[in-house]
Design a binder for this molecule. Structure first.
Ligand code: GDG
Length: 483
């Protein structure tokens, strides 16, 4: 019925914020999916009339657009071959490693690029269909870097913003991409480009200077007029993402979550120190590094069970990509080795959970943990760090945080670590666990204030404000080509 329905705010991301589930009686329904972006945009859409353009998660024909919790969801079709080439291939096996310091080698395949271009074009067409005259279009992340320019060609009347959830790589790494100029031109179709850190925005601006006929000044890039297209000036700056502090804080204060946190500690044998890691099972997260540090502390006898234990939640992720399969094998072998060597009956050294949990359970785990280990080798932001401090309204707990996360640039009262420096990481873990309750309270209070004052709503407002104030005002359309 809603064919032709248009919206003043259009979000575009690789995935729609829902998963299709089939109940035991065979009926199908949509369920809100977990994850950083979903949580963030959910808050942004609250109280606004908006549409979300994205993939529904199953290859093949897209479901008909539908309304879900006050948001219009417009599915984009992606075939099985495109899932392999555009998503698993170009997005997660080419761009993801390049944008994360080449922790694993990037793989370049020309058919993957062709699929990436084709899917980006399809997203642009879907956005053009649902955007109202003069709408704000907010495109998300590395999977859709060509979309800003493609939308601009179809709909010069709309304002286009793009936000990168992951880092933007240094010039030398970005230069490896055979399609580097096309990616930059694709992004420069936007009016405003948001990044997690100033360093990411600067990396982007430097790459534009190096690879395009562009001039840069401060945080803007100017492309001269060419091929009948007018010149444009685009702003690129940092606007770090955050979380919905108030709703998570409220959840963490609930008696059910508090009781569950106690229950978790009791079922682990009430250890003196509970270490916790919560990550997608991804090689960027430094899971192996933290396990190595922990194993060495056990081997030296500095730590021992049952005084300490370690819970690692490793949510399944990108399981068909080879680098992820290898990582899983490595992590699971290491966990097996640690448990084989240092567990005793009734006192396990590592509890490894390759599963996804409800939000309430995550909040309880955060409350139960004495030391949260966030040790990525590179991470755009890392929302888990912000979620942990949000759940610690008791002002207990300690956060160990890698200097290679975007979060570190905001959370200076964390126990900072360089995860490559295993000796240093071990010392930081020990300092965090043995800090006095008073010191922990002082640090946690400051961390919580930062997240509370810079929550997801502040982030979204800042992004949209920057988008509205962007230098280039697009011409209003005068034709009657759309109803
Ligand atoms: C990308 C960037 C950036 C995880 N397991 C479960 C679960 N989660 C939730 C966490 C958190 C989210 O997923 C993960 O967000 P992160 O920020 O930690 O990491 P990425 O998935 O890599 O996200 C990252 C982010 O985008 C946002 O811009 O910060 O740098 O890489 O919210 O709590 N949630 C539930 N069950 C689980 O088992 N409910």
């Amino acid at each position: 019925m809603a064919k032709g329905r248009t919206f003043d705010l259009v979000i575009a991301a690789n995935r729609l914020p829902v998963d299709r589930v089939v109940d035991s009686d065979g009926t199908e329904r949509w369920r809100r999916s977990p994850g950083g972006l979903v949580t963030a945009m959910d808050s942004v859409m609250r109280g606004r009339e908006g549409a979300w353009v994205g993939w529904a998660g199953d290859p093949g024909e897209a479901p008909t657009p539908f309304d879900e919790g006050g948001m219009w969801l417009h599915p984009v079709e992606i075939s099985q071959e495109e899932v392999e080439q555009y998503y698993e291939g170009f997005s997660n096996d080419t761009l993801w490693p390049i944008y994360h310091d080449v922790i694993v080698p990037a793989r370049f395949h020309r058919p993957w690029w062709v699929a990436y271009e084709r899917v980006n074009q399809r997203f642009a067409e879907a956005i053009a269909e649902v955007a109202a005259e003069g709408a704000l279009v907010w495109v998300h992340d590395y999977q859709l870097q060509l979309v800003p320019q493609l939308v601009r060609e179809l709909r010069p009347d709309v304002r286009i913003g793009w936000f990168n959830h992951i880092p933007f790589p240094p010039v030398e790494l970005f230069a490896q991409l055979p399609w580097r100029s096309r990616l930059l031109t694709g992004l420069l179709g936007a009016d405003y480009l948001g990044f997690q850190r100033t360093a990411d925005a600067q990396n982007f601006i430097r790459s534009c200077r190096r690879h395009l006929d562009a001039t840069t000044k401060g945080d803007t890039v100017t492309l001269p007029a060419a091929d009948g297209r007018p010149g444009r000036t685009v702003r690129a700056s940092a606007v770090p993402i955050s979380i919905d502090f108030r709703s998570l804080d409220e959840l963490a204060r609930s008696p059910a979550v508090k009781a569950r946190a106690q229950e978790i500690r009791a079922s682990l044998g009430n250890p003196e120190t509970l270490f916790l890691g919560v990550d997608r099972l991804d090689y960027t997260k430094g899971i192996r590094h933290r396990l190595k540090a922990y194993e060495e502390l056990l081997a030296e006898g500095t730590l021992s069970t049952p005084d300490v234990t370690f819970v690692q939640v490793a949510t399944p992720s990108r399981e068909r990509v080879d680098a992820y399969k290898r990582l899983r094998t490595e992590v699971e072998t290491t966990v097996g080795h640690i448990n084989g060597s240092y567990s005793t009956i009734g006192a396990q050294a590592v509890h490894y959970l390759h599963q996804s949990y409800p939000r309430e359970e995550m909040a309880a785990l955060f409350q139960a943990a004495d030391v949260m280990l966030v040790t990525p080798l590179r991470d755009g932001m890392n929302l888990v760090a912000k979620e942990y401090v949000t759940c610690r309204n008791d002002l207990g707990g300690a956060l160990v945080l890698s200097e290679f996360t975007g979060a570190w640039h905001e959370l200076h009262q964390a126990f900072v670590c360089n995860p490559h420096d295993i000796e240093g990481l071990k010392q930081t873990m020990l300092r965090a666990m043995s800090a006095s309750p008073k010191e922990k309270q002082r640090l946690m209070r400051a961390l919580r204030r930062r997240v509370s004052d810079h929550d997801v709503l502040v982030w979204a407002d800042r992004f949209l404000e920057n988008l509205r104030a962007a230098p280039d005002r697009p011409p209003r359309r005068t034709g009657k080509e759309r109803s």
